[in-house]
Write a protein that binds this ligand. Structure first.
Ligand code: 3PG
Length: 219
């Protein structure tokens, strides 16, 4: 099977263990936030394409905080891939399994993890060559037990999953201890309200807790 996530990139995401989902309303906060996350040990982020300044924020982060492995979320159209590649994003994900975006990513040889929530989604993604999948909304679907059942028939394919949606400090360990999990992600570390208020102390505390749990589970 072809995968567009290189082992180097997968290694970086596995090493971070946690992907902070970030929605930025003011591009000036992008760099201080990314620096803070890196300083606390979170070296991967999903910057959502849901606000006007998202692309500007991405550009600033990839230029000024190269230690952050910056990915982009909410990629709903193939044309958005050109915008994020230009700004040096390392990977992209989406909530859903959109064949047009998967095809666009394959054409550009850009690592894209489509969102899956059903066996049909998994098969659509796998038939196109995807190996890293975002399971969304992970907790609301049924948590790790749902993924264990869903991935059962596909275990021989060595798919790797990134659970997003409802993942937090209270349940992240249940995901991280499973071998099919590449990294977990969520917005609870730096929710938009805390970013808008520049609550760097609170975000640092959330990040530290997430890193501590990751180390406890993965060693
Ligand atoms: C995403 O975009 O990946 C999700 O919104 C993350 O879900 P969460 O906000 O429940 O962490």
């Amino acid at each position: 099977m072809k995968t567009i996530f290189t082992s180097e990139l997968k290694g970086k995401l596995f090493a971070s263990g946690v992907i902070a989902v970030i929605t930025i309303n003011d591009a000036d906060q992008a760099v201080p936030l990314a620096r803070l996350l890196v300083d606390e040990g979170i070296r991967a982020m999903e910057l959502t394409l849901r606000t006007e300044c998202a692309l500007n924020a991405l550009e600033r982060i990839t230029k000024e905080v190269p230690e952050m492995n910056a990915g982009v979320g909410t990629v709903l159209q193939a044309s958005q891939l050109d915008e994020i590649i230009k700004r040096r994003a390392l990977f992209a994900v989406a909530p859903g399994c959109n064949p047009d975006v998967i095809d666009g990513a394959l054409e550009r040889q850009f690592p894209f993890g489509p969102g899956i929530s059903t066996a049909s989604d998994v098969e659509t993604a796998v038939s196109k060559g995807c190996q890293v999948l975002k399971i969304f909304p992970a907790e609301q679907l049924g948590g790790i037990n749902y993924l264990k059942a869903l991935n059962g028939p596909y275990g021989f394919l060595d798919l790797q999953y990134i659970p997003l949606g409802g993942v937090n400090a209270g349940n992240m360990a249940s995901w991280l201890e499973r071998p099919e999990i590449l990294a977990i992600g969520g917005s609870w570390i730096a929710p938009p309200g805390m970013i808008d208020k520049k609550d760097w102390t609170g975000i640092a505390a959330n990040a530290r807790e997430a890193v501590k749990i990751t180390r406890e589970v993965r060693g």
